[in-house]
Design a protein around this ligand. Structure first.
Ligand SMILES: C[S@@+](CC[C@H](N)C(=O)[O-])C[C@H]1O[C@@H](n2cnc3c(N)ncnc32)[C@H](O)[C@@H]1O
Length: 242
């Protein structure tokens, strides 16, 4: 029998972040059976490392959502080349997370439990909130959620929102400029007071003038305005860099 050569494929996240992701899967009290990822990109970052961790656990399946068609095609080839054994644990899903997640949940049936979620899709903070709200009812106690770019625009709403929900234990790892967020569900529902506080915080963040402008103005107009601002300020608004 020949060992599969370690093929390196393009992926994001630094070594420390990849290690945190792998350890979360390997160290889980109950081995994750159902794993859902948003934003595979070329496959060499989160996707490959989740698959290798599942393979090591000897259990679990990953569904990975990607919206960019050419990236999706390249990711498929990459995963089959770099992780031929683990690729049997992988089902790619092409499309927008907001469309794919409801369809996927319906296909899995009402008893589906999503043990592990990794969110790393679009740069709009509302997307992670939508993804969370779609998936949360199906995440069991003990289930985990990780999100990349937690210190950037992408995670600007999810991190404070989830941190206020008292049925999640959370940790923001600052192992990179981007940051990785790790949350574990500790009880089925938040208390009414914590849900109220989290919802009020989310509403407050949504009503920020920059967010309202981003929601109502066409993208070229936003780009034009950002172009007029000093570079550091434009970067702060566009990707939330602190
Ligand atoms: C930052 S990259 C992901 C990096 C990847 N997780 C890694 O570790 O290498 C974000 C990816 O999410 C995809 N994407 C953006 N918005 C999405 C959405 N709503 N649904 C699915 N994929 C999305 C982009 O096309 C891009 O490939």
């Amino acid at each position: 029998m020949h060992a599969t050569p370690m093929i390196s494929i393009e992926g994001q996240m630094n070594e420390a972040e990849r290690t945190l992701l792998i350890e979360a899967i390997l160290g889980s009290a109950v081995k994750p059976k159902v794993v859902l990822e948003v934003g595979t990109w070329l496959g060499g970052g989160s996707t490959l490392h989740i698959l290798r961790a599942l393979e090591k656990n000897g259990e679990g399946h990953l569904w990975g959502i990607e919206v960019n068609h050419s990236i999706y095609e390249r990711m498929l080839k990459n995963i089959h080349a770099a992780a031929p054994e683990a690729s049997r644990r992988f089902t790619p899903l092409f499309g927008f997370s907001q469309d794919i997640i409801p369809q996927w949940l319906m296909q899995q049936g009402p008893d589906i439990k999503v043990d592990f979620v990794f969110l790393d899709g679009g740069n709009n903070p509302g997307e992670q909130i939508t993804e969370f709200h779609l998936l949360d009812p199906f995440i069991p106690v003990g289930g985990q959620l990780m999100a990349h770019d937690a210190r950037m625009r992408k995670g600007k709403w999810l991190v404070p929102y989830l941190s206020l929900l008292d049925n999640w234990e959370v940790c923001l790892h600052e192992t990179s400029i981007e940051g990785i967020f790790h949350a574990r569900k500790i009880s089925p529902k938040p208390s009414p007071a914590s849900l109220k506080a989290a919802s009020a915080k989310l509403l407050w963040m949504r009503l920020h003038p920059v967010e309202i402008a981003a929601a109502v103005l066409p993208a070229p107009v936003c780009g034009f305005i950002l172009g007029l601002l000093p570079r550091t300020m434009a970067q702060r608004f566009s990707d939330g860099r602190k």
